[in-house]
Design a protein around this ligand. Structure first.
Ligand SMILES: Nc1ncnc2c1ncn2[C@@H]1O[C@H](COP(=O)(O)OP(=O)(O)O)[C@@H](O)[C@H]1O
Ligand SMILES: O=C(COP(=O)(O)O)[C@@H](O)CO
Length: 581
C-alpha cells in the first residue's frame, strides 16, 4: 500500500523535490528533471535517461559521475513529455551531443523520439536508445518489442562509462546497443503495486501463488505458479535466463557476467540475499564468473513484492565499462572524486522561458477559438467525470494510469486554450497551445497522441478563416493519419486508432453529404461509441497491454473508450453553437 502522499496528482513533483533536497551533492533541479550538480565535463557526450516516476532509483537516483548526466522524470508510471526531456537534455548538453536512454515503452518511445527530433533541429546532436531486456514480454525472435526493466542499469552504465571516457556520440550509442544485446532479465511477483491515492493494487496474486514474468508498472504477469521457496525462486530465475543466451554466448561455461538481483519494492534485502545465495551457487555450477554483482532495489514499482534477475554477458569491451567507477545517489562503485557540493541556497536553473508572444487571430477565427476553448472545457469535464473508470479499464492489462494521465493532460489543455482565446488568439493557435500543454503535462502514450491530434486540428483550422464543416472534417482526418504515422498502430490493434479512424471517416462522409457540422459530428460520435465498445473483442497488438492480450479480452481499450467519450462531449458544445457551415 502506498500510504504517504498529499494530493496524488502532486506525488511525482513532490517526490522529485524531496529527492533533490536530499541529494544536492549529486544533482540539481532543471525544468523536466535533474542534471549532475557538477555539470557535464566539456567534451563528454551527455547520457540523459528517463521515464516515469514510481521506479526509484530509476531514474533520478542514477545521475552522477560514471553514470547519467541527467534524468527526465515523468508522472507516475508515465513517460516524461518531449518538452521535459528537451529541457533536461539542453541543461546537460556539454557540447559533444546527447544520448537519450529509456525503457522500451510506447510513451517513452514517442516522447523521447519527439524530443530528439526537436533537439537535432535545434543543432544539438542527439541519438536515442530503448532498453529491451525483459524476456517475458516478447519472444526471442521479437526482442525489439520487449520492455525495459532492471536491465536499464547495466545498459545505461555501459553507455555512460563510454561517455565518461570521452567516446563520441556514435560510439556511445553503439556501446549501448551492444550492452543491450547481451542483457536479459526475468522477474516474478508476489503482489501488485498500489499507486498513490488508489485503494486497490493494480493487480493481485492469489495467496500461495506467484506471478511469473512481471512488468515494472503493476502489469499482470504472463503466467502463475505455486509460491516458491527462495531456492526455487533462484532456480526459476537462473534457468529462465540460461535458456536464452545472447548471440556470441553459445554456452554459459567460461563466461563472465554482471548480475543484478533486483527488488521491486517490498521484498526485504535479507530475502533478496537468501535468493542471491542460491543464484550465486547456480551460476558457479554453470561455469559463469560473476563480476561485481548488485543485490538491492534498483528499478522498483512502488510497493510491488517481486524480484527480477538480470545478466549482462560481459566481454572485453563491456567488463571495464561495468566495473568503471560511479558515484550516484543509488549506485557507488570504485573511487570517484566527490562532485562539488552545491550550497542549498545556490540559484536554481531558471526554467527556460519560451517566447510567449501570442499570434492574434482574425475576428472570424477568434469566434471559432471561443468554440474550440469551450470544446476543450467539455473535454476536461468528461475526462474528470470518467477518470476512475478509465484507470480501472487500463489496469486490466495496462498500468492503470490512463485516467490520471488523461486528467492531467485535458485539464492543462483546457487552461491553455482558455488563456489563449481570452488573449485574442485564433482557433489554430488555441489548439496548438492546448496540444503542447496536454503533451507536456500528461506525458505518457496518450499525452503524446492527444498532442498530435490537437496539433493537426490546429494546423487545419488556422488563425484566419471561419472553418467550414468540411475543413473541420479534413482536420480530423489529418489527425487520424498523424496518430497512425507517429504511433504505428492500425485498425484492429486495440488502440485509440480503432475509434479515431471510423470517427474521422464518418465525419468526412457526413459533411461531404452536406450535413451541418453538429449533425455530422453527432453521427460520427455514434460510430465512435460503437467502435470503442467493439474493441472489447480485440486482442491488443500494441502498447503496454500487448503482453497480456488474453487478459484484455472482454474489456474495451482505455484509449479507445476515452476518445469516444471525448468526441461525444464535444458534440454537446457544437450543438449549442450556431455553426453555419
Ligand atoms: N501505438 C499506439 N498508437 C495509438 N494508440 C496507442 C498506441 N499505444 C497505446 N495507445 C493508446 O494509448 C492508451 C494508453 O494510454 P496511456 O495510459 O497514456 O499509456 P501508457 O500508460 O502506456 O503511457 C491505450 O489504451 C491505447 O489506446
Ligand atoms: O511506463 C513508463 C513510461 O511509459 P508509458 O508508455 O508512458 O507508460 C515508465 O514508468 C517507465 O519509463
Amino acid at each position: 500500500m502506498t500510504r504517504l502522499f498529499n494530493d496524488p496528482a502532486d506525488f511525482a513533483d513532490e517526490a522529485l523535490a524531496g529527492f533533490v533536497a536530499a541529494h544536492r551533492r549529486w544533482v540539481r533541479p532543471v525544468t523536466g528533471g535533474v542534471v549532475r550538480s557538477a555539470g557535464t565535463p566539456a567534451g563528454q557526450v551527455a547520457v540523459v535517461i528517463g521515464g516515469g516516476s514510481g521506479h526509484y532509483p530509476a531514474f533520478s537516483g542514477l545521475v552522477g559521475a560514471g553514470l547519467a548526466h541527467g534524468a527526465a522524470v515523468g508522472n507516475v508510471f508515465a513517460s516524461p513529455s518531449a518538452q521535459q526531456i528537451r529541457g533536461v537534455a539542453r541543461a546537460a548538453h556539454g557540447g559533444a551531443g546527447v544520448l537519450l536512454m529509456y525503457g522500451n515503452y510506447a510513451g517513452d518511445v514517442l516522447h523521447f523520439g519527439q524530443a530528439a527530433d526537436r533537439l537535432n533541429a535545434e543543432g544539438v546532436p542527439t541519438a536515442t536508445f530503448a532498453v529491451t531486456d525483459d524476456i517475458s514480454s516478447a519472444p526471442a525472435d521479437q526482442t525489439a518489442k520487449r520492455r525495459g526493466i532492471a536491465g536499464d542499469l547495466p545498459v545505461f552504465k555501459a553507455a555512460a562509462a563510454a561517455a565518461e571516457a570521452g567516446q563520441p556520440l556514435e560510439e556511445v550509442a553503439r556501446i549501448a546497443a551492444h550492452a543491450n544485446a547481451r542483457t536479459r532479465s526475468f522477474g516474478i511477483a508476489f503482489s501488485g503495486c498500489t499507486l498513490p491515492g488508489a485503494q486497490e493494487p493494480l493487480f493481485t496474486v492469489p495467496a500461495g501463488r506467484m506471478a511469473v514474468g512481471l512488468g515494472i508498472h503493476g502489469e499482470p504477469g504472463i503466467g502463475e505458479a505455486v509460491l516458491p521457496t527462495a531456492d526455487e525462486a533462484a532456480e526459476l530465475l537462473v534457468a529462465g535466463l540460461l535458456k536464452e543466451l545472447p548471440d556470441g554466448v553459445t554456452a554459459p561455461t567460461g563466461h563472465r557476467a554482471a548480475v543484478i538481483l533486483n527488488g521491486l519494492g517490498s521484498v526485504k534485502y535479507e530475502e533478496l540475499f537468501v535468493v542471491y545465495r542460491r543464484v550465486a551457487e547456480l551460476l558457479q555450477e554453470a561455469g559463469v564468473t560473476v563480476v561485481e554483482p548488485e543485490v538491492g532495489e534498483l528499478v522498483t514499482s512502488f510497493d510491488m513484492a517481486g524480484v527480477s534477475l538480470t545478466l549482462t554477458w560481459l566481454d572485453a569491451q563491456l567488463e571495464p565499462l561495468w566495473t568503471a567507477p560511479a558515484d550516484t545517489p543509488a549506485l557507488r562503485k570504485g573511487a570517484v572524486a566527490p562532485a562539488a557540493a552545491v550550497p542549498a541556497t545556490a540559484p536554481q536553473s531558471a526554467p527556460e522561458t519560451e517566447d510567449d508572444a501570442l499570434p492574434q487571430g482574425t475576428a472570424a477565427s477568434r469566434e471559432t477559438a471561443v468554440t474550440a476553448a469551450a470544446a476543450l472545457r467539455a473535454v476536461a469535464a468528461t475526462v474528470a467525470e470518467h477518470a476512475e473508470e478509465l484507470g480501472r479499464i487500463d489496469a486490466v492489462a495496462g498500468d492503470g494510469d490512463h485516467g490520471i494521465g488523461m486528467l492531467r493532460g485535458a485539464t492543462a489543455a483546457d487552461t491553455a486554450a482558455r488563456d489563449a482565446a481570452e488573449r485574442g488568439a485564433g482557433a489554430g493557435t488555441v489548439l496548438h497551445r492546448a496540444a503542447d500543454a496536454w503533451a507536456d503535462r500528461a506525458g505518457g502514450t496518450s499525452g503524446a497522441l492527444w498532442g498530435t491530434i490537437l496539433h493537426a486540428l490546429g494546423d487545419a483550422l488556422g488563425d484566419e478563416e471561419r472553418p467550414t464543416a468540411a475543413a473541420v472534417a479534413a482536420g480530423v482526418g489529418r489527425a487520424s493519419e498523424e496518430v497512425r504515422r507517429v504511433g504505428g498502430a492500425r485498425v484492429g490493434d486495440k488502440t485509440m486508432v480503432d475509434v479515431l479512424v471510423p470517427f474521422a471517416d464518418t465525419l468526412a462522409a457526413a459533411t461531404g453529404a452536406g450535413d451541418r457540422l453538429a449533425a455530422a459530428w453527432d453521427r460520427a460520435a455514434g460510430a465512435a461509441g460503437e467502435a470503442a465498445a467493439a474493441t472489447a473483442d480485440l486482442l491488443p497488438q500494441m502498447g503496454r497491454a500487448r503482453p497480456h492480450a488474453e487478459k484484455s479480452l472482454g474489456t474495451p481499450d482505455a484509449g479507445a473508450h476515452s476518445l469516444a467519450l471525448i468526441v461525444r462531449a464535444v458534440h454537446g458544445v457544437l450543438s449549442d453553437t450556431t455553426e453555419e457551415h
